[in-house]
Design a binder for this molecule. Structure first.
Ligand code: GLC
Length: 422
């Protein structure tokens, strides 16, 4: 790539991340904070995975801010290790209605009671590797360790090494069509009314979780929404490997080995429970009976990010699906839902995660492809991502067929292209 393009994108990203920075002092947590909001017009708070992606991009542009981002992210951690997916920093946060439904205390929430895909250890590892700041490592490591312990202890109720999510929002893929059947939602042709119905079903689920105090054991026992999501678990396994690397850097050999083994267990469980040999894809599992949710979304390809996914399985994910123009390989890969799925709406912003291309999933795919030696395909994902940002700016998502940018502008995590360019 031309070095001028690269410089231009880096500069634009640096400026945008600077504009999206929110700093201050929080009286509740008794600490100062410094984080990058996902998008100034729409998402004001510190969001869990958005913040991890911000740290990854910042590790190339402003390493001190990258560290501050993660220090702020773990500051609201609860004594048991939990970290909510949105932290409401500042004096008198205005919280959206849904925020109240997903939080405790209900009236003056400080953070939500939901999780998001656990990319924390990956982000911390990258920031550590680029800063070699041992004090940062030693400060964060115990908290990160406690966070992954919380996930295993509270979300793996059937002890199969796969963690459950209790709401679609926990996967970060709010309206992913694989969840429709679990929510009892049948998309029709009603357009706007469909969106309202789906929203309502999600809010009723929030209420049901709230009534159980967001206590994972009670919520999972009720079983209203209990999904072992392939993307969440791939990120979880990848995260535990990064956590092992962080422990190794800190000289903790025993902990490093133990987390490595946990990561292997989750990888093996994805393979034995979620992989469908006949489809050559991985399905999310729903409920205690682990019913496979057979909808081809980008999630189905995610074990690509793990080094222990066998060669023949990776080959099928890549050759049969990712590189197929009828599914995930239009002009601007990779759509969040295969183009062949009836629920795929590549040019619509009515729903989230029902067709358009997002750059955070491209970042994972890029890394996974490189990991397994698909250098050319990785380069194509990177180049498409760069072309989207060059033409349309840092948007929330893009039409995979035309490249048109959609919904939020100045969207922080689209700066992940900076990491892909290195
Ligand atoms: C949307 C996305 C979610 C993201 C949030 C903030 O809700 O679906 O993944 O974290 O916006 O950007």
């Amino acid at each position: 790539m031309e070095s001028k393009t690269r410089e231009r994108i880096r500069e634009a990203a640096r400026e945008m991340l600077g504009r999206n920075r929110r700093q201050g002092y929080d009286r509740h947590y008794r600490t100062s904070f410094s984080y990058t909001c996902p998008s100034p017009g729409r998402y004001h708070w510190q969001w869990f995975w958005d913040s991890c992606f911000a740290a990854v991009a910042l590790s190339h542009l402003d390493i001190e801010q990258a560290k501050a981002e993660l220090v702020s992210l773990v500051a609201p951690q609860q004594p048991d290790g939990f970290i909510g997916h949105v932290a409401y920093w500042g004096k008198k946060p205005f919280v959206e209605v849904w925020g109240h439904l997903q939080s405790r205390p209900l009236l003056r929430p400080r953070h939500t009671q939901l999780i998001q895909p656990p990319v924390l250890a990956q982000a911390a590892l990258q920031v550590f590797e680029r800063s070699l700041d041992k004090a940062f490592l030693m400060e964060l490591l115990p908290r990160i360790d406690r966070y992954y312990r919380w996930l295993g202890a509270h979300r793996d109720s059937d002890c199969d090494s796969l963690i459950s999510i209790i709401s679609p929002y926990e996967s970060g893929m709010d309206h992913k069509p694989a969840y429709d059947s679990v929510l009892g939602f049948k998309p029709g042709r009603a357009g706007r009314r469909d969106r309202v119905e789906l929203e309502l079903r999600n809010r009723l689920l929030d209420l049901s979780n709230l009534r159980r105090g967001f206590d994972s054991a009670r919520v999972l026992a009720r079983g209203r929404f209990d999904v072992e999501d392939v993307m969440v678990n791939s990120v979880y396994a990848q995260g535990m490997r990064s956590l092992a690397a962080l422990h190794r850097a800190a000289g903790h050999r025993r902990e490093a080995d133990a987390w490595e083994r946990e990561a292997e267990r989750t990888g093996a469980a994805l393979l034995s429970k979620c992989y469908d040999e006949s489809a050559g894809a991985f399905w999310d599992l729903a409920g205690a009976r682990e019913m496979p949710l057979r909808v081809l979304t980008v999630t189905a390809l995610f074990p690509l990010v793990l080094p222990d996914t066998p060669r023949e399985v990776v080959d099928r994910l890549v050759r049969d699906h990712l590189l197929s123009p009828r599914e995930f390989w239009p002009r601007y890969p990779a759509p969040s839902v295969a183009l062949s799925e009836p629920t795929c709406k590549p040019d619509s912003a009515r729903f989230l995660w029902r067709g358009p291309t997002w750059l955070n999933t491209n970042w994972f795919l890029f890394k996974g492809l490189r990991l397994h030696g698909y250098t050319e395909a990785a380069g194509a994902v990177r180049d498409a991502s760069i072309a989207l940002v060059e033409r349309e700016g840092f948007r929330e998502f893009y039409d995979p067929l035309t490249g048109r940018g959609m919904r939020s502008t100045e969207f922080t995590w689209s700066a992940l292209v900076v990491d892909m360019m290195e």
